[in-house]
Design a protein around this ligand. Structure first.
Ligand code: ADP
Length: 272
């Protein structure tokens, strides 16, 4: 928008009533995007007006998880209209703004910053109760941009129980705090697999595939480091139907709301 004044970011204005949560992780593959889309839908199911920004510029997977990979947002005047999911979540992703689906995004920091600002300010969000941002994994440019443009955003850290994952997750949380954002909690994903044979016999037996304790450790370490309580918001089990839902574009909280992973995701949403 050469020479034109930049539009304000509505969520950064004093008096904005929108709660902004950035979902962060130390590394990829821990289920950050799956958690983000399911939390967004669970919040909408609970009656909140929800926006979702896929800020994972290189690894955008939110549109596919919502069955929107080929959907393009419309434009009204110079505002982009977010795409609504069946449950009413307003979604925008860099994947939807590219001219072609297969185009590879290879942008440097300043371009990433511009893309984030565009998704925040050039999109018609209306009055949202909650805005969720799916951040790229790690502690890169987008996390810094977010800290600058939305200092009031609160951060949720997603990790697996594994020692190595917990360590990098702590770094992502510390980065958020350096950008003066409050870490409101930790979500442990892939916590255990309920043994199917025992479940069939009415017994409970949890197979801890990725070890145990990572979520508690990240929460305790960050809490001690920042001097405030960082709760463990929940532990989501491994569940093939969660993966299937993501692959099919039908998130588990919608497709199979009574599955244990879906119940846990809804409880985590209620704690936000
Ligand atoms: P990230 O955003 O951290 O890279 P994704 O959300 O893309 O991770 O998840 C990586 C893969 O793991 C996806 O195929 C997803 O469906 C799967 N997955 C995530 N969480 C679970 C879970 N609790 N149970 C089973 N599969 C999961």
């Amino acid at each position: 928008r050469g020479g034109q004044a930049q539009r304000d970011i509505p969520f950064a204005q004093p008096g904005s009533l929108t709660k902004v949560f950035a979902i962060a992780s130390g590394k990829g593959g821990v289920g950050k995007s799956s958690v983000t889309v399911n939390l967004a839908i669970a919040l909408a199911q609970a009656g909140r007006k929800v926006g979702l920004i896929d800020a994972d510029i290189y690894g955008h997977s939110v549109p596919a998880m919502l069955g929107m990979a080929d959907t393009r947002p419309t434009q009204v005047d110079d505002l982009i209209m977010p795409v609504p999911t069946p449950s009413g979540v307003s979604v925008i992703s860099i994947g939807m703004l590219k001219p072609r689906r297969d185009q590879v995004v290879a942008w440097r920091g300043p371009m990433l910053d511009r893309a984030l600002v565009q998704m925040l300010s050039d999109v018609y969000w209306g009055d949202l109760d909650v805005l969720l941002l799916d951040l790229p994994p790690g502690t890169g440019d987008i996390a810094i941009s977010l800290g600058q443009h939305l200092p009031g955003a609160e951060v949720v850290v997603v990790t697996t129980p594994q020692e190595a994952a917990a360590e990098v997750a702590e770094r992502a949380g510390t980065m958020a705090s350096m950008m003066h954002q409050r870490v409101v909690g930790v979500v442990e994903n892939m916590s255990y697999l309920p043994c199917p044979h025992c479940t069939a016999e009415g017994k409970e037996h949890r197979l801890e595939i990725f070890g145990a304790g990572g979520g508690e450790r990240v929460a305790a370490t960050l809490g001690a480091r920042f001097g405030y309580d960082v709760p463990l918001l929940g532990r989501i089990p491994l569940d093939p139907s969660l993966r299937e839902g993501g692959d099919a574009g039908k998130p588990i909280v919608e497709a199979d709301p009574t599955a244990p992973a879906a119940v846990e995701l809804s409880e985590i949403a209620a704690r936000l």
